[in-house]
Design a protein around this ligand. Sequence first.
Ligand SMILES: NC(=O)c1ccc[n+]([C@@H]2O[C@H](COP(=O)([O-])OP(=O)(O)OC[C@H]3O[C@@H](n4cnc5c(N)ncnc54)[C@H](O)[C@@H]3O)[C@@H](O)[C@H]2O)c1
Ligand SMILES: N[C@H](CO)Cc1c[nH]c[nH+]1
Ligand SMILES: [Zn+2]
Length: 429
Amino acid sequence: MRKIEFPDRADWQGLVKRPTQNYEDLEAGIAQTFRLVQEQGDGALLELTQKYDGVKLTSLFTTQEEIAAAETELSAELKEAILQAYSNIQLFHAQQAEQPKQLETMPGVMCWRKSVPIDRVGLYIPGGTAPLFSTLLMLGVPAKLAGCPEVILCTPPAKDGSIHPAIRYTASLLGIDKIVKVGGAQAIAAMAFGTESIPAVNKIFGPGNQYVTVAKQMLSKTGVAIDLPAGPSEVLVIADDSANPAFVAADLLSQAEHGADSQVVVLTTSAEMLSRVEQELQTQLDNLPRKEFAAKALDNSLGILLGSVDEMLRFSNLYAPEHLILSIRNFEQVLDDITNAGSVFLGNYSPESAGDYASGTNHTLPTNGYARAYSGVSLDSFVKKITFQHITPVGLQNIGKTIEVMAAAEGLEAHKNAVSIRLKEVQNV
Ligand SMILES: NC(=O)c1ccc[n+]([C@@H]2O[C@H](COP(=O)([O-])OP(=O)(O)OC[C@H]3O[C@@H](n4cnc5c(N)ncnc54)[C@H](O)[C@@H]3O)[C@@H](O)[C@H]2O)c1
Ligand SMILES: N[C@H](CO)Cc1c[nH]c[nH+]1
Ligand SMILES: [Zn+2]
């Protein structure tokens, strides 16, 4: 972890830049993957899966029997944990449903808005280095709550061509009966353009590594929507001297272990806290099975000493972290000062892992500073909001003049006429 003491404000902009590869560096390779999938369909998926995942598949799909078998392959303890998480995520997302209300903006002018599920959605579940079945809960629960009629699920296969039983179990829980064994940019291409056996979807959801994230971003001109750029995981911890250095280190490592391209940051006003966090990182790192990933991520990470809580919050807002942890006294007093963050964890007993798995909030969140403008996945991500209006003849008499005047001022006579022609008829009745 790079240690920086009281950096000059002029240097902050450089410090908030993530260590990930540039979009431009990855674009050409991904464009080539897109071309292959568009030209050769399923054949390209099999070829690219062999190349990037080291598996020669005979079929791109799990069978219904494989999905059903997961029930017997998981321990009772894990199934219970998945069900508990499912229930909390369901509760949190169900209360996001918008209650439609009709508004009469002027007498006789009625406007309302209705949520309509997106027809066909594609879910990407990361699986390159860890089978993130928790992500399937985070995407599948709101997709089902929203009522999306068709859900396609892609995830990379393990080296033996199988899909982890917890992903199969969670799919079955959600009523998803088919899993496509494909990952990376090729999975995004398959869901965006369609192949002989995979239908093209309207919107693609899900986090992933840099290849997955850039592939999603490259779809902007295709007419296929994406949820958000949710790339390599990150966390920023703001710690004063009331924080517990062991807890802070554990939270930093929890995101560092996702992958070498993750970044974790600790901001503190206490030099002693920074040294103790560094010591804890070393001790805890040694015991982690994924210590190689975590150690590489720590090489790209930052420990920064700043002058005050206010300064730490300013830095954090500029950084716009995916996850923000406030391990400070009186955190309640600064909540309104947080302007850019994906998800916020308050106090010493709210580990970020709670949001990753089970508290109820969604863990598919904007990374790489995109929290400046994007929100994480929610129920809204799976619906379109269609507005309706009904204007009565009296309503048109009330609002007509306003429309005519505005249309004339824009020089759009046909717009004005669409009102005038009706007003004449109404006045003649
Ligand atoms: N922001 C979020 O909300 C969020 C949530 C969960 C996970 N994540 C992130 O998701 C990522 C998961 O990454 P992962 O790699 O384990 O799984 P992944 O499923 O995202 O990616 C694996 C795929 O990457 C492709 N790939 C690997 N190396 C490649 C190369 N050199 N060239 C082209 N393609 C290549 C392969 O096709 C492979 O199937 C992590 O970075 C994690 O931090 C983010
Ligand atoms: N921390 C990840 C989001 O950045 C989500 C996750 C899934 N499993 C564990 N963690
Ligand atoms: Zn995580």
